[in-house]
Ligand binder design. Structure first.
Ligand code: HEM
Length: 512
């Protein structure tokens, strides 16, 4: 070995040593900073969660969507306020929920922009002002009147569901409601957004967006830790991404499909095949609230993914939960069926106004919505203008603070036996023990300026679908139990145990 190479070997090992020392010093300083000097250092919680986001990553990625559950256990130990990552505070206090989400109209939402690969859709929009104009552009399409203008199309899809039920009855085969409902809600929202649908409800196996949206949710945990994932996925050809990550294929297909639909519309193709006078898509394109930068191909694709996504899984899960519990509880079924018999003496009729007067049906919908949560994820907000006060705590301005809907749905003080399906808890002048109206704690549609935009559409679908089903049919569960509707994983939306075969039922038409 010559002198030159000895010298260069020595300097290489010096560089390596120096790098190691620098890394150790950096990590130690970061740990000391996050534990003792960080503005959130005084907040309770596990030290590991305060030091590194890998604590969160372990529960979300390795254990597949279990951090929400862990956080609930941590609240039992540390109290209502916790530091759950180095930069985030979580609060579990049902009585603070309303105040937290409505405390200011200038709340920003950091974090969800990385989750779905559609950062400029309404739901994940970070800045409150951008959100305000994007929401204004969509609002009129979600008013009661607009939904009533669209209701004949919802009726058509519910008729198709009824025809499919007759088919399964004739074949004496179990029907998979877990798959049928996303096909129903998918066809409805496609008709409303684009003006046509993929007839997923007519597909023999109810092929739908269901799997793709579950994948979006699951990948969100990865994207939270590695925000480059979606930008990389978007920049690679689909074939390569699909080869690298086969489980992303349904998601890629969905994204590609929506991208192409928007390209065709922008190029002047008419996709609309239904008789609707306006689609959500046209409404966005014509909106005076939006600047040109909000009408680009990419932004429209983001909005399509978010609105179609918002319209599919949430309502479908609430329908699945309602159906399972009503079928599983003969007394609930009997009471509901009797009520529907009075409201709709003619079995072919499905009338929204009449169904809305059915108190017990409404109570069943409240209960299934409570148990379906809408979203199971921590729902972050940032008070950027001033510190947020919670009890004796002052949370510095600019801190991400989150609360979680399932925490309220399962607050035993407010909803005793909260895991059980008890529609009766909503009847009459329902109140908590200390006299607060119970509806105040129905938070599954969120609260404040960013609460669910599709609430009227969701309620309309729930009334019409459940009204039709439990007026016209009787059902028997086939190899399904409560674990097929309980949350096993928080993939942003609640997901049941992963090996669930779904809620399968035998169908029989009623004779009355
Ligand atoms: C049972 C059914 C549903 C439930 C429980 C539900 C729940 C929710 C929740 C909790 C949020 C608020 C997220 C937040 O606070 O940041 C939300 C937002 C949203 N939902 Fe729903 N949803 C349902 C059905 C629908 C339907 C049918 C649509 C129709 C497209 C829809 C569209 C949206 C949209 C666009 C947003 C974003 C609103 C915004 O950021 O301003 N949802 N939903």
């Amino acid at each position: 070995m010559d002198l030159g190479s000895i010298v260069s070997d020595l300097s290489l090992s010096r560089v390596a040593l120096l790098s190691l020392v620098t890394a150790v010093v950096y990590v130690r300083s970061l740990v000391v900073y996050r534990l003792y000097l960080h503005p959130l250092a005084k907040f309770p919680g596990p030290r590991l969660a305060a030091i590194t986001s890998w604590y969160e990553a372990y529960y979300e990625i390795v254990l597949k969507g279990q951090y929400s559950r862990k956080i609930s256990e941590l609240h039992d130990i540390y109290g209502p306020i916790l530091r759950v990552t180095p930069h985030e505070i979580h609060i579990r206090d049902s009585r603070f929920f309303q105040q937290f989400y409505t405390g200011s109209h200038r709340l920003n939402k950091y974090g969800w922009d990385k989750r779905f690969g559609s950062a400029d859709g309404l739901l994940p929009t970070v800045h409150w002002e951008h959100h305000k104009r994007r929401r204004a552009a969509l609002s009129s399409m979600f008013s009661r009147q607009s939904i009533l203008n669209f209701i004949h199309i919802i009726h058509r899809h519910i008729d198709t569901l009824s025809v499919r039920m007759q088919e399964f009855e004739a074949r004496k085969e179990p029907m998979n409601l877990t798959l049928a409902f996303p096909a129903l809600t998918g066809d409805i929202i496609m008709d409303y957004f684009f003006g046509f649908n993929y007839a997923q409800l007519k597909h023999p196996e109810f092929e739908s967006f269901h799997e793709a949206f579950m994948k979006v949710g699951a990948m969100g945990h990865l994207a939270t830790q590695f925000p480059a994932i979606f930008p990389i996925m978007n920049s690679l050809p689909d074939a390569i991404t699909g080869w690298l990550e086969p489980s992303a294929k349904p998601l890629l297909a969905l994204k590609r499909d929506q991208w192409n639909l928007i390209a065709r519309t922008l190029a002047g193709d008419t996709l609309k095949t239904n008789d609707l006078s306006r689609t959500i898509f046209q409404e966005i394109l014509d909106s005076k609230h939006l600047p040109a930068s909000d009408k680009t191909h990419r932004r429209l694709a983001d909005e399509a993914q978010i609105v179609v996504g918002g319209g599919v899984e949430t309502t479908a899960f609430a329908l699945t939960i309602a159906s399972f519990h009503i079928i599983n509880n003969p007394k609930v079924y009997a009471r509901l069926h009797d009520e529907l018999l009075c409201a709709l003496p003619n079995r072919t009729e499905v009338d929204l106004q009449k169904l809305e007067r059915c108190e017990y049906l409404k109570a069943c919908i409240m209960e299934s919505t409570r148990l379906s949560y809408g979203l199971s994820a921590r729902n972050p907000r940032t008070y950027d203008d001033a510190p947020l006060r919670y009890k004796e705590w002052v949370i510095p301005a600019g801190t991400t603070v989150a609360m979680t809907i399932p925490d309220v749905s399962h607050d035993e003080e407010i909803f005793p036996n909260s895991r059980e399906f008890v529609p009766e808890r909503w009847l009459g002048d329902a109140k908590t023990k200390d006299g607060v109206p119970l509806e105040r704690f129905m938070v599954s549609f969120g609260r404040g300026t960013r609460s669910c935009l599709g609430i009227t559409l969701a309620w309309t679908e729930l009334y019409l679908t459940l009204g039709m089903m439990f007026r016209r049919y009787k059902f028997e569960l086939f190899e399904a139990d409560v674990s097929d509707v309980e949350m096993g994983h928080d993939f942003f939306i609640p997901v049941t145990k992963l090996d669930s075969k779904g809620v399968r039922v035998f169908v029989t038409a009623t004779s009355d």
